[in-house]
Design a protein around this ligand. Sequence first.
Ligand code: PA5
Length: 432
Amino acid sequence: MKIKTEYSASERPNEEQLKTLREKAVQSLEMLKTKSGKGNDYLGWIDLPNEITDCQLVDIEQLAEQIRKDSEVFVVAGIGGSYLGARMVIEALKHNFDTLISERKHPVILYAGNTLNADYTADLLDVLDKKDYSLCVISKSGTTTETAVTFRLLRNHLEKKYGHAQAIKRIVAVTDKSRGILKSIADKEGYKTYVIPDNVGGRYSVLTPVGLLPIAVAGFDIRKLTKGALQMSEELLNNADNENNIAIQYAVARNYLYNQGKTIELMVNYQPNLVYFNEWFKQLYGESEGKQHKGLFPASVTNTTDLHSMGQYVQDGQRLMFETVIHVDNPKREINIAEQSVDDDSLNYLTKFSLTDINHKAEEGTRQAHLEGGVSQLQICIDKTDEYNIGQMIYFFELACAISGYMLGINPFDQPGVENYKKKMFALLGKK
Ligand code: PA5
């Protein structure tokens, strides 16, 4: 993985500005390593790749195997950090049209507990009436309304469909080790449970069973994923050469641009299977940094699709943003365009390129145009979207987020603002 930074003409930093920010970033990394900064009781994610044992992986793989045998559909019920990591990895790795592939070997993964919309939930129940399914309910607090309400509905549905005893075997609860209503229900009913460690917050939890179980059920290699994360943790934590530490470089660049008055970081990718990477990124950075009226607003586009919707604004609208582009060198598959004897669509000039070459040229052309338009460009380059590389990205973005948060002077591990809507909603609903 590599990072490139290119500042627009009016935003080029001088060495002194970068040096000051680099020192701040190095201090922030030190505070994370020595666990001496804000929210230091939520730093368990730093050591997760190193601490996952073979025994834990085997246990998850065996349960995943069982679920694959029993179930055509696996419902993952959770919201925010309790589902976005799993969804990000699964969407990045799966066949884009997996539900329509008849020879698929793994259950279709469906997501629930992340909305209060009746249509979505009713439509889901229609599908579950007709399919054999298992359910994984994920909630660290065990009380999140969206997830709890959905769990009640699905638990009842499972019991009606399979009977109480069989339903129990189809439910897995991922929650706190001792606290919360979900934990009490799981103990009372005897569900298989996994623990979300006390010191790991939701949005940093993808490398716990929160992410690993759904990813394994979907048929992806959780060993390669954790290996990628481990390699990245070693590279970033043991790197004495701070100038070449890519998490520090990224945190410095985005904080520099924030200090120049840029208020939006636009995450950009060029492949539809990274749409949920964008969603995961926005949740990780938005919930971590948006505090005390500070923080970059994380937004996202998927190009070239969105060049035909948001491209005009990025090129020519208010100069509020910089872009962070995920550049992927190699697709999983390649397509070439055949030459036609009659060039009736005038596309023969493209036949010397693969579709990926064309996509890369679009990316490069957009980079040049946006740079000229005053939009600074950060580029995160990966080889391909496989488990190993996604594991690396997870650790890289988590660590860079924590470093950035400390540079801003906020606690990147809490989310006090999320409580406000809940209080108003509960008051309206008359909750005691
Ligand atoms: O990142 C976070 O901490 C949040 O997004 C939580 O994951 C989300 O609010 C769900 O919380 P819980 O797992 O307690 O249901």
